[in-house]
Design a protein around this ligand. Sequence first.
Ligand code: GLA
Ligand code: ZN
Length: 681
Amino acid sequence: MIKNADRIYYGGDYNPDQWDEATIDEDMRLFKKAGINLVTLPVFSWAKLEPEEGVYDFTWLDKLMDKFLENDIKVCLATPTTAQPAWLSKKYPEVLPVDKSGRKRTHGMRVYFCVNSPKYRERAAAIARQMAQRYANYPNLVLWHVANEYGTYCYCPTCEAKFRKWLKNRYGTIENLNDKWHTCFWGRTVYDFDEIMLPTELNDDYRFNPVVNLDYMRFMTDSTIECFENEAQVLREYTPDVTIQTNISGHIEKLDQFKMTRHMDIAAWDNYPAPGADPAFVAYKHDLMRGMKGGESFMMQEQSPNQQNWQPYSKLKRPGEVRMISYQAMAHGSDTCLYFQLRQSIAGEEMYHGAVISHAGHENTRIFRECAQLGKELQKIGDAFLGGKTPAKTAIIFDWDNWWILEFASKRCLPNDDFNYLKKMSKFYKALYDANIPVDMLSVDGDFSKYKVIYGPFLYMMKEGLKEKIEAFVRAGGTFVTTTLAGLVDENNRAVFGEYPGAFRDLMGIWVEESDALRKEERNHMVMKDGFLAGDEYACMYQCDIIHPRGAQVLASYGEDFYEGTPCFTVNTYGEGKAYYIGTEPDGAFLSALTEKLCADNGIRAPYRADPGVELTRRINDKNEIVFVLNHNQQEASVDFENDRLIDLISEKTVTGVTTISPNDVMVLKKAETDRKGKDS
Ligand code: GLA
Ligand code: ZN
């Protein structure tokens, strides 16, 4: 949670480098009118603040800071280190990165520096120190924002040297590296760490070798963490009580965010759903952010109040849409609602990106009115759900190493390379989301004991201790579900020797002899036995494992192909619990039916019964239990609150029993004290 926060921070990125004083004064008026209480700046102003090496000029920023203070606007102060000044790249070309194809990049793009460059780090820490010293006692400083959207991979000589050191540190000896990387295959033995190359396009072997790629992704995450810490440590020295974070790009795949966020005081991310995106997919990423710190609230650091200009078709946000996606973020655990950006740029790459104040320059626009309405509502809501947590008894294991190895690193090795981790995992999430079952996205290092049901789909890579941890969870009465691909390799991508599914053989009580790859459009069927689920048959895709039960009970078998009639879905009783194995990728209908069954078996319920398309979540803090109701339908829908009486903090009306909610509308309901008691679980 954000330290010392007493309200939802509402506002966003402000880039006043572009504006004269009169415009800035007008913005103060408009911000107040919109209920904006926080600005993030100066994200891209390094060139302005340090025009020459070691020569700083903060007069411009000082004046702005005074203005925010006068107008009671809080500041999320950004170190401007994402866009290094031209003099830095010119004087010290080592700061410029080398890309995967081996090209040295020229100056000019933001987030284009080598995270390992000592000169970059030296200058970045220096300006961070200047800012921290200067503004440490500034009363409206509530957040630090380090750089912006890290994620550029570099392959320069500095990175090469550091990677070799990193490997030495990880593997100790060259013999151990040869063993773990299994270099005896294709005669790739190395005799010294300095013979190890980077996985660039200049080297087809290293570029396609799964374990080298995987280690490079791990190394880039560690290097980025060091780069973040390089500044964060300085900030902590001066302002130990101010929350420090960096905004995670929507392209979350680039860095292991579980590792990154361990170094941040709060997880923060940029939410840019594609126009018309399935609300389940948006919620999924928010829940992933809530999972970063084991269920703590997070920050939505950016979203567009209107169109995003970098898509082929810059769709306007429909009336009510920005309000809906804002409440959705908060419903899933965000304690902020922040935009990129507050005033629309006059020129440059993002001149047609949406903003609270458009080129028109005044408040008489649809988007300004919508943002101002939301600002007013948030003022009313105050701190009602701040820091509130979501009580979940189900979880989905999500893991970057698995993502990387399945999607990027092993593309050429797997039986079927049509693998999109984020999408495939989202099918499991959607089944829970559609039923309004709260779900936590769980790291492999997380606390499993909080849950009754854990899904570990496509859990291919089994890091040390994970097998034992999952077995202990099931033995103690937990329900665990996994799929094809699970349990097959260790953390160096070496096959767990012996029968498939490797690490899961005992737990699942099966033996998988072979796995058949299905083409993209190809389907097989899961023919259910004994009415275990509501439907008789469900489609399945991607891959079909040929399974021999070894104590497991068969729940479904394949409907087609030479393995027709053989098991595709099994359950094994293990200790007090149950372990389900889905030997293929099932369709959404199967997952919905399975969710219903497992929730019923484990006494897990949605907060209330609601029409399809109505999203319900809960957040509980020390003071309140808040229920969010989001009607994503274009028509009226209803929710049954049974005998509970709840007060809508927006309309101030009390609801109880079967209640209708208008199309696209939102309710933020506070439970009456009496209703909270018996129901907290
Ligand atoms: C990213 C960046 C912002 C801005 C937005 C536009 O998230 O962090 O500076 O470029 O995209 O969508
Ligand atoms: Zn580099």
